[in-house]
Design a protein around this ligand. Structure first.
Ligand SMILES: [Zn+2]
Length: 114
């Protein structure tokens, strides 16, 4: 429900999960962690002037949070928690934040849940 991907949409994040390059978006060299459920990558397209900005995406194509099921959500959020802790160790930052966008009006640009 509330899906906005156009007919024939080629998902940039599904390409990354599949091990393909994504010229102008994200690259395989951005991926720093992958399990059977999630892929985590440094975000070089958005916020590239913000060290430590990463994406955690489900490996299954899920367009937005409305379609996200609890069995997948638990893996995404556990991965986000671990990445946040890793960032504190790596960057020594005083705090971290997480964001998640849904639908174009919610600033979603890739129609694959982040
Ligand atoms: Zn996708």
């Amino acid at each position: 429900m509330y899906n906005h991907a156009p007919e024939g949409y080629e998902c940039h994040f599904c390409r990354i999960v599949a091990g393909l390059e994504n010229e102008g978006w994200n690259y395989q060299s951005d991926v720093f962690w992958q399990t059977e459920h999630i892929t985590a990558l440094i975000n070089t397209r958005w916020w590239n002037n913000n060290p430590g900005h990463a994406l955690v995406i489900p490996n299954r194509h899920i367009e937005n949070i409305y379609d996200l099921t609890p069995d997948i959500a638990i893996h995404v959020h556990e991965a986000a928690r671990r990445v946040a802790i890793a960032f504190k160790h790596v960057y020594g930052c005083g705090g971290t934040s997480t964001r998640q966008h849904n639908e174009p009006a919610g600033y979603q640009e890739v129609f694959h849940k982040i």
